[in-house]
Ligand binder design. Structure first.
Ligand code: GLY
Ligand code: MN
Ligand code: MN
Length: 437
């Protein structure tokens, strides 16, 4: 279900309290991006802008002026234009920005340079984020410079500038109940799509056929599409962490690693399962799968309020290392393997990242000197893996890549695995594969 107008209002209210009366915050919408020649990519709103406004169009700017007597929430938007709308789609315009999206005042985007310096003139501090678009950054600096150089006559100009992300991304890290509901829905839909291919994938199919099935299920479930390029990796392709070519034939006897999640109502699922292309895991595949699963289950168990974010990784890593030693894939004691990072050819990524509006979501992982502690409302992935690729020494194991990934909400009592309904025990996975046709 789309987020309510009240949700966006409450986000703006919370941010305005943090920014403080008499100050200002600027947040820009995304721009359209050219794909090739004159064709654009499908538009995706900037996550920060969307979180505060729900306004779905490009080329807009949100200006928050906490404590302003007339308009605390100002939107600059593309003006209505019958001809442009006939070619490229409907626009809310200034009237819609106020009526539908709740802005206290709205202006056409082409009046930015005239109006923003006026609106910021009496503010003490301005909060904004640098952007990957150099022209946008320059524009903000130009507004601030205009105000500073006019100060001699106007008598006032914002004296402080702050990075908005420090406030906004800390807010985004803690999911409100409405966001948790959206994340649960994205996780459930992602699991349904995985469940579907767990019971239908078969040898001889191409990886892209699986990708098509997943993305069909996402869209049929109301998602805007995949939350990130789906990884459908048969055999040794699973050892390439961000493999997205998805072009090869699935071979009986290989494993298939599928890392795919839906983006639903602005929130991401991020789920990985690894299963046999045929009906059963074979000897070495079984050893590695059981080891990764053991690490994953223990790491999920480590998610709880008050535990350090890094503990989740450390728990998974310790189990993977002990297994690598036991299987004689690496030599030495577990302590030596850890100390000398001898596991790195086989486990080269971290176990977790924040999840939310962005698949690799915002929010700090460190707090002062150390790993920050988990708190209720945070959502993270737990995704250990082992990879025996073309470049490693463990020849006997070459071609095996296993990752198991779930999405976990930290709760008051402990944790809720949002993707817990999807099979991952060896017996459950083999049972589903046995039914597949
Ligand atoms: N699918 C990207 C990730 O798991 O981090
Ligand atoms: Mn993933
Ligand atoms: Mn992930």
């Amino acid at each position: 279900m789309p987020l309510s107008a009240e949700f966006y209002r409450s986000r703006r209210r919370q941010l305005m309290e943090l920014v403080g009366d008499g100050n200002a915050a600027l947040i820009a919408a995304a721009s359209e991006k050219l794909r090739s020649n004159d064709v654009e990519y499908r538009f995706r709103q900037n996550s920060d802008f969307d979180y505060l406004t729900g306004f779905p169009e490009p080329d807009a700017l949100c200006l928050l002026l906490p404590g302003h007597p007339k308009h605390e929430y100002v939107l600059f938007v593309r003006p209505r234009d019958a001809e442009r709308e006939t070619w490229t789609g409907r626009r809310a315009g200034e009237e819609g920005a106020q009526r539908v999206y709740g802005a206290d005042a709205a202006f056409p985007i082409d009046r930015l340079d005239e109006l923003v310096p006026q609106l910021l003139g009496d503010c003490d501090a301005v909060f904004f984020s640098m952007d990957r678009r150099a022209a946008y950054n320059q524009r903000i600096l130009d507004w601030l410079e205009t105000l500073q150089s006019g100060r001699q006559r106007s008598g006032s100009a914002p004296g402080e500038q702050h990075d908005l992300r420090a406030l906004l991304h800390e807010m985004r890290l803690f999911k409100s109940p409405e966001e948790v509901a959206a994340m649960r829905a994205a996780a459930t839909l992602s699991c349904e799509a995985h469940q579907r291919i767990l019971t239908t994938a078969r040898p001889g199919q191409r990886e892209y056929e699986i990708e098509a099935e997943l993305e069909y299920a996402f869209r049929m479930g109301g998602a805007s599409g995949p939350a990130y390029p789906s990884i459908v990796a048969g055999g040794i392709n699973a050892t390439i962490l961000h493999y997205t070519e998805n072009c090869c034939v699935l071979e009986d006897g290989d494993l298939l690693l599928v890392d795919a999640g839906a983006e639903l109502d602005g929130y991401c699922g991020d789920v990985t399962r690894t299963f046999p292309v045929g009906a059963r895991f074979e000897g070495r595949q079984r050893d590695i799968y059981e080891l990764v699963l053991k690490a994953q289950l223990a790491a999920v168990e480590a998610v709880a309020p008050g535990r350090a974010f890094d503990d989740v990784h450390d728990v998974a890593l310790q189990i993977l290392i002990e297994g690598l030693v036991e299987l004689r894939i690496v030599e030495g004691s577990a302590d030596q393997v850890l100390e000398q990072q001898l596991y790195r050819p086989y486990y080269m990524h971290r176990t977790s990242h924040w999840l939310g509006r962005d698949v690799h979501d915002v929010g700090l992982y460190r707090d002062g000197e150390g790993s920050r502690l988990l708190e209720p409302g945070m959502v993270l992935t737990v995704e250990p893996g082992l990879y025996f690729g073309e470049h490693g020494d463990a020849e006997k194991w070459r071609g095996i890549g296993v990752r198991i990934e779930d999405d976990v909400l930290v709760t008051e009592e402990g944790a809720e695995v949002l993707t817990g309904a999807l099979a991952k025990s060896l017996a459950e996975v083999e049972a589903l594969r046995g039914e597949a046709r």
